[in-house]
Design a protein around this ligand. Structure first.
Ligand code: TXA
Ligand code: MG
Length: 333
């Protein structure tokens, strides 16, 4: 069955054995846990898609250690990307470049680009350095379920399906990395995250944001899927709709529904004795707590009523993107 081991020389040796013989290993990063395989090994990469039940048109990110020479894997790295890498890497920023086609074509689902991430988590760096291979890794959850921010979360989704989870404690970032397209004249955000559009603009002057439209062509294929969803019914209200949200809670309680509100500390003050889970106070708290709170409530809740925090911009863009994909009504975007 699946073993959970702390990261040390023994468990790293074990991880290496599994990866070099074509298997997969879950490992911690500062954002969420990843499910890693050797990016050069097509059958190992394919098994990631099978284990997760992931659609086969949604490409994977390749993870490398801080000293890895990425010019072996990609080319045409623009000056702005060098500047951004100096400032933000290692860290929660994934950069998309033109691929040299060295890794298996299964990683990018046949596209001619490759997404590269250098995580800052100490355990991730140890794992990547020990292997000294590019590791293709999506989040280590069953496709469309809430992403895992602890070894326990990975175990809950993948027990029996993988051999080893390297345990590096809870992820302190909490939402997936910002995905940035670096194949054009200016950087374009494909998926928002902990490195915000404002931070990128401050560093290199310009930064676009790609907005996926229903029926349109997804430049980042992951954008078009419903994601991050708890296994209970859920609904999302704007901050201005607190009264409506509370009225729904009261009506459902009356009917005997097990209902819970997900909100931030500020909103929690208005809830009296109603049952709630708070994401905390700051945008950083909310990112760090979002997935563990979504997982916490799915177990004993029939209806989750999420109320958006009264904050916008910066990393709240990423937090709201995940919250609306988890609890919103739309099946797309
Ligand atoms: O923080 C993270 O990025 C985590 C940890 C494990 O590193 N990984 C993660 O992987 O979130 P995943 O597979 O759940 O999401 C990868 C995202 C998807 O939206 C995918 O479409 C996009 O990155 N992506 C991957 N390769 C791409 C490419 N070549 N061009 C555009 N988008 C790409
Ligand atoms: Mg994912």
């Amino acid at each position: 069955m699946t073993r959970i081991l702390k990261i040390d020389s023994e468990s790293l040796k074990e991880a290496q054995k599994i990866i070099t013989s074509g298997g997969v290993v879950a490992f911690p990063t500062e954002t969420v846990y990843g499910l890693g395989a050797n990016a050069f090994d097509t059958s190992a990469v394919n098994s990631i898609f099978e284990i997760k039940g992931r659609p086969n048109d949604n490409p994977l990110i390749v993870h490398v250690h801080r000293d890895y020479d990425i010019s072996e894997l990609v080319y045409d790295i623009p000056d702005y990307a060098v500047t951004l890498a100096k400032k933000f890497l290692p860290g929660p920023l994934t950069m998309v470049y033109k691929s040299r086609g060295k890794v298996s074509s299964a990683v990018s689902c046949g596209m001619d680009t490759l997404a590269i991430r250098i995580p800052s988590h100490e355990g991730a760096q140890k794992f990547l350095k020990y292997l000294d291979l590019p590791i293709a890794a999506p989040s280590a959850n069953i496709s469309k379920h809430v992403s895992p921010t602890s070894a326990r979360h990975v175990y809950a989704d993948l027990n029996g399906k993988i051999d080893l989870i390297l345990d590096g404690g809870p992820c302190y970032g909490g939402i997936e990395s910002t995905v940035l397209d670096c194949t054009s004249d200016i950087p374009v955000i494909l998926r928002s995250g902990l490195i915000s559009q404002e931070m990128i603009k401050e560093t290199v002057g310009e930064c676009g944001e790609y907005v996926f439209k229903e029926g349109g062509i997804a430049r980042s294929p992951g954008m078009k899927y419903r994601h991050y969803s708890p296994r209970c019914k859920s609904v999302l209200y704007e901050y201005a709709e607190i009264e409506k949200a509370v009225a729904l809670y009261d009506a459902e309680r009356e009917k005997g529904t097990k209902v819970c509100i997900l909100c931030d500390d500020k909103t929690a003050e208005f809830l009296g004795s109603r049952r709630f889970l708070s994401l905390g106070k700051t945008p950083e708290d909310m990112a760090a707590n979002l997935y563990s709170k979504l997982r916490e409530c799915e177990n004993d809740t029939e209806l989750l009523i999420a109320i958006a925090p009264d904050m916008r911009g910066g990393i709240m863009v990423g937090v709201m993107n995940r919250l609306s994909k988890a609890c919103g009504n739309s099946n797309e975007n």
